[in-house]
Design a protein around this ligand. Structure first.
Ligand SMILES: C[S@@+](CC[C@H](N)C(=O)[O-])C[C@H]1O[C@@H](n2cnc3c(N)ncnc32)[C@H](O)[C@@H]1O
Ligand SMILES: [Zn+2]
Length: 343
């Protein structure tokens, strides 16, 4: 009987329980009992609310730095991003994601059984999508409204391998080195210290594992900056200049996009060259960037995402990056870089 009960309990326990949690306040070990988490070192407790463990701890910056976590949190609580369409289901999620070349390639090339964490998962589309093919996907964000949407979608669609946590990416609630892939797309540039944010989430990657980050590009963001200026001068009268706002998506998604792109309280801009410096300091090796750094080499629909690309020299790379002022106006001027933890 006891054995039977144990078996039943085991099969009921969520997939994330094979991961080792860490107290976001003091990095001590965390015990999980029913819906509560307790740190065995500092005895801090953390509740589970609406099925979401709230392992959030604020960032304590040194005196000089101005934190933006609170203002960003308030902003995304009000405008969860990217939000859902009215009739979204697991089927439409897969259909839409697989129409996007990059998401399709991720789905095709990340193996079954992989452990992924998405830091700053927003409303959880990518986490939910990637969990479908037998991967364990953790979505972590500080914004509860976004996480509730992510969790609601997961529950309605029975996505058992997706799990959502309220977490501050500067204070991870997982012990280091447990994930094959760490993803953070469109997030680090909304923090007070993007390099420190990168350094912190990079500790979650296993040796030989990968990190994928998406950041606003210094020059690629130019078109958005110009539009923002026009909207400001015309009191948002010409909003339709942004092609996303003319698409067949829900009003909620349009509002989230508009606010995220044009009314965001904090964003910074970066270059591939800068991120290469981050990799050097943290023991990562460059694998791939979108756009590619070699001129006229384009990203193809059969791209091998985790195969190492040639990295152009400084001058060529700088020319390609400057060119992003005209080539990267889609999707808000983001660039993506993938790297492997090699030391
Ligand atoms: C622009 S949204 C991107 C969402 C998603 N990654 C995507 O590509 O659609 C930025 C997200 O980062 C989250 N975020 C910003 N700073 C964070 C922090 N310090 N810890 C955790 N999440 C954070 C916000 O709550 C927000 O959901
Ligand atoms: Zn603790």
């Amino acid at each position: 009987m006891a054995v039977q009960q144990m078996k039943a309990e085991k099969s009921l326990s969520p997939v994330w329980e094979s991961l080792i949690l860490s107290c976001p306040k003091c990095k001590g070990s965390v015990e999980h009992h029913q819906n509560q988490f307790t740190c065995l070192s500092c005895r801090q407790t953390y509740p589970t609310v609406d099925g979401i463990p709230q392992l959030f701890w604020k960032t304590e910056w040194g005196s000089a730095k101005q934190d933006v976590t609170d203002s960003m949190k308030q902003f995304y609580e009000q405008y969860p991003f990217p939000n859902y369409d009215d009739f979204d289901s697991a089927g439409t999620l897969v259909e839409k994601a697989r129409k996007r070349v990059f998401a399709k390639l991720l789905d095709d090339q990340i193996p079954f059984g992989t452990r992924i964490i998405e830091c700053g998962c927003g409303t959880g589309q990518l986490t939910n999508f990637l969990s479908i093919a037998g991967r364990t996907a953790i979505g972590a964000d500080m914004c509860m409204n976004s996480l509730r949407m992510a969790q609601g979608f997961k529950e309605r669609n029975g996505l058992k391998r997706a799990h959502f946590f309220q977490m501050n990416l500067f204070r991870p609630c997982f012990q280091p080195g447990q994930f094959d892939l760490v993803i953070s797309n469109g997030v680090l540039h909304h923090t007070a210290d993007p390099f420190l944010a990168f350094k912190t989430i990079s500790t979650l990657v296993k040796p030989r594992g990968y990190i994928l980050i998406g950041l606003y590009h210094k020059y690629g963001r130019l078109t958005t900056d110009i539009r923002r200026g026009i909207f400001r001068l015309t009191r948002d009268r010409y909003k339709n200049m942004d092609r996303h706002l003319n698409e067949n998506i829900s009003e909620a998604r349009k509002r989230s996009w508009f606010m995220d792109q044009y009314k965001n309280p904090h964003e910074s801009k970066h270059t591939i060259g800068e991120v290469l410096g981050w990799f050097k300091e943290t023991g990562f090796t460059f694998v791939k960037s979108i756009p590619k750094t070699v001129p006229f080499e384009s990203f193809s629909a059969s791209e091998k995402l985790f195969a190492q690309d040639e990295l152009a020299g400084w001058l060529t790379r700088s020319i390609v990056e400057l060119g992003m002022a005209v080539t990267a106006c889609k999707d808000g001027g983001l660039f993506i870089v993938i790297a492997q933890k090699t030391s």
